[in-house]
Design a protein. Sequence first.
Length: 325
Amino acid sequence: AAEEPEELPLPSEKPKHEKHRTESPASVAPIVQAVLGELRVSSVSPDSAQLQWSVPKGPFDSFMLQYRDAQGQPQALPIDGRSHSVTVPGLSPSHRYHFHLYGLQGRRKTDHVSIEAVTGTEEPEELPLPSEEKKHEKPPNKTPPSDAHPVQAVLEELRVSSVTPRSVGLQWSVPEGSFDSFMLQYRDAQGQPQALAIDGGSRSVTVPGLSPSRRYRFHLYGLRGRKKTDRVSVDIITEEPEELPLPTEEQQHEKPQTEAPTSEATPATAVLEELTVSSVTPTSAQLQWTAPKGSYDSFMLQYRDAQGQPQALPIDGGSRSVTVP
């Protein structure tokens, strides 16, 4: 009773339990062979938890981890049958979660274990990047000649200017002083730390490659030299997923014909030139283009990721290059 296996009553839950009763004479043998061992928490962070378990008897085809998020919404995480651990990302700091792990044979849940975990408290050093220690070691040597400058540079509130299912636009201001550069840090949907370097003259950035309907916590650091001297943060939730935002090609081709009487002159003055690849790495690509005639209010780069999911990256109208991470 303490485990509360029905805490997350998914639509398919009742039929699965009913099948177990009606089909038990024919399929009870393979179900009994697979047994889940104790579920335990191996580590926690402010926004993730790592769970481990064992399978003392028989194999499972797959696992299903179920829990409720900080807003009380049910979440289900499918896991490969060969796995014996999982990292649950996108959690909220200092929050108690009830995790239920089900072992599946075919599409039927045949065993169940549960555990409670409390996430850690958020700290400024939530994202310890590999270069962080070096950055902290250098300031003592530079403090005497430049101590006054970092104090004069102040970051103001980090704001959300736009949100899509897979990106977010952020804005900030620097009311006092100036920064050499900025560093935006956050964790992706898999709980991995990400760092985005930003030019010191910028006051906005678009973060691409996010997941729909997920909470993200962004930390913007102002840097003087290699030292982080100020920090502002903001939480956002990306929008609901759009099925296919890409199939607008036909509509785009049709629009000039239908709108020709009222706006034919405007589209004709703005012309895009050939898109070229300026550099590539194993995980990113840099693209460049020109606009020899007219000007655009903005650009939109669309593509499909390695999983075939549509991605859309909004770009400022004054830009002529973009790095796709």
